[in-house]
Write a protein that binds this ligand. Structure first.
Ligand code: PEP
Ligand code: MG
Length: 539
């Protein structure tokens, strides 16, 4: 047995097989090879393996989702066998004496370019399929993996680091735990792990040897320990710990259906944070009273093009309908900083956390913003929807947003498209917004305090910087005073005020937030029942 240590950012115990995840290399090295025949054989073996992976994916998708959705993998299998593609690769290996990875990379690029130049939407769409196949082949050839989808059972993922765009691509029920060599406690990957209710350990001293894949592992999210090939005693102790944790969760079930009121009778709205439609199940399972933050930008990640109005409408409508009248607050897209999507083509920035992100992008690209707002407003006809805007720093921004919202509403009215009564709010997550909260409050229905960013900007500490995790302190008096001021300004102007940052789930502060007058707390669904217990015990 080997034991490794990291910093736990979400507790729980996971027991299962390890899976070493490495990003498929973007730029493939060109190498000269001595034996082209052996290199062609290596490529052929990789092709066989890719075929098997695709077959597995096809069968799984057919079973879990449907036949139509599984067709994509059949198309990939056909492209994999396409004679031009295969001969392009083998020809390059034989004639230019280059390594298989490089031959696949170049041939894939050429094929994709050819598809992209075609005057037909369907054919242009095939370029992405060719890229997918090249990446899969390169990943197999270089001993890396495309994703955990290739694993037949749920796994403990070990990686150097994970960007939100990668984490969203994992199938949630295939992940038992996340363990990364880098990463910070306040990153979006940590937030996603909490949302997925799985243990997560960052800055772990793990090796990423591909041979570890398939070995037994245990992750103790309470202590930050990772056990590789655990011995019998450790396995038994950890199984017992896991059982106790499950029993504790079971006890909390008795709080389901009870109101979230303090002893003195104040009702605190207890809502959930979500990142996708799938998360709604956990919101309902944990008896949350609404959705206080839908991080809509996750719809924009892990893909090559902007999601269309129709695609977004379907997702928002499904979420709102499933919530069956309970409030759903959709935050407009907060792309930028650590949440990057290449197709936004945001120029490289020195300081992305303070750069072109969130509402700044939306106000600069009104067509992108309006597409999202139209989708939200259309979906609002199916239940109770609110919308809020991230990274606000001025009244002028809010006025501009409201103008655009009015335009969208007028367009919908003219087209006879119904929409509901949508509350408008802003995220208070910059010190500027706190300082002018008295001027912002009359403009909106509510404030939602984003303590993750508010802490980073107030303390001037990059939330992504793992070496500063120890001094990133959301309990800092400066942050708490910011929260107090925001609540007071909201109430003075008839707006309500909640917290949707991770601090909302910090139960050491629950009493203090209640004393400050907080109206709503929005937390990862897994914290709902425990927080309800805490609120019911407070005065
Ligand atoms: C926050 O900043 O507190 C917040 C809720 O938004 P995000 O973590 O997505 O930046
Ligand atoms: Mg934020």
């Amino acid at each position: 047995m080997e034991t490794r240590q990291g910093k736990s950012v979400f507790s729980g115990v996971a027991i299962g097989k390890l899976f070493v995840y490495k990003k498929a290399k973007q730029v493939v090295d060109k190498k000269t090879i001595e034996d082209p025949a052996a290199e062609v054989a290596r490529y052929m073996a990789a092709k066989e393996k890719a075929k098997e992976q695709l077959e597995m994916l096809k069968e799984k998708t057919m079973k879990d989702v449907g036949e139509a959705e599984a067709e994509i993998f059949e198309a990939h299998q056909m492209l994999l066998e396409d004679l031009d593609f295969v001969e392009g690769i083998t020809g390059m290996i034989e004639n230019d004496k280059v390594n298989a990875e490089y031959a696949v990379f170049v041939t894939g690029e050429q094929c994709a370019a050819l598809f992209l130049s075609m005057d037909d939407d369907y054919m242009r769409g095939r370029a992405a399929d060719v890229n997918d196949i090249s990446n899969r082949l390169i990943a197999i050839l270089s001993g890396t993996q495309v994703s955990a989808e290739a694993m037949p059972e749920p796994v403990i993922i070990m990686a150097e680091d994970l960007a939100p765009s990668e984490t969203v691509q994992f199938e949630k029920d295939k992940i038992l735990a996340l363990v990364t060599q880098k990463g910070s406690a306040n990153s979006h990957t940590a937030i996603l792990a909490r949302m997925m209710n799985i243990p997560c350990i960052v800055t772990a001293d793990i090796d990423l040897d591909p041979d570890l894949t398939g070995k037994n592992g245990i992750v103790d999210g309470f202590t930050g320990k990772i056990y590789i090939e655990p011995d019998e005693v450790t396995a038994a102790v950890m199984a017992e710990k896991k059982k106790r944790e499950e029993e504790r969760k079971l006890l909390l079930q008795s709080l389901k259906g009870l109101p979230t009121v303090t002893k003195s009778g104040k009702h605190i709205h207890l809502y959930s944070n979500i990142g996708s439609e799938e998360d709604v199940d956990s919101v309902l399972e944990n008896d949350s009273e609404g959705i206080g933050l839908f991080r809509s930008e996750f719809l924009y990640l892990g893909r090559d093009t902007y999601p269309t109005e129709e695609e977004q409408f379907q997702v928002y409508k499904n979420v709102i309908s499933k919530m069956n009248g309970k409030k759903v607050i959709i935050r407009t897209l907060d792309i930028g900083a650590d949440k990057q999507a290449d197709y936004f083509q945001i120029p490289k920035e020195e300081n992305p956390a303070m750069g072109f992100r969130a509402i700044r992008i939306c106000l600069h690209r009104p067509e992108v913003f309006k597409t999202q707002l139209r989708a939200i407003y259309r979906a609002s006809a199916y239940g109770t929807a609110s919308v809020m805007f991230p990274m606000i720093i001025s009244v002028a921004e809010v006025k501009k947003i409201k103008e655009i919202v009015e335009e969208v509403k007028n367009e919908l009215r003219q087209a006879d498209i119904p929409f509901g009564d949508v509350e408008l709010g802003i995220m208070v997550e910059t010190p500027a917004a706190v300082m002018i909260a008295d001027m912002l409050a009359p403009e909106v229905d509510f404030f939602s305090i984003g303590t993750n960013d508010l802490t980073q900007y107030t303390l001037a500490i990059d939330r992504q910087n793992q070496s500063l995790d120890d001094i990133y302190d959301p309990h800092h008096e400066a942050v708490l005073r910011m929260i107090q001021r925001t609540i007071e300004c909201a109430h003075a102007h008839g707006a309500w005020c909640g917290i949707c940052g991770e601090l909302g789930a910090d139960m050491e502060l629950t009493r203090r937030f209640i004393q400050m007058g907080i109206d709503e707390l929005s937390v990862s669904p897994v914290f709902t029942l425990e927080l309800r217990k805490k609120i019911r015990e407070a005065e």
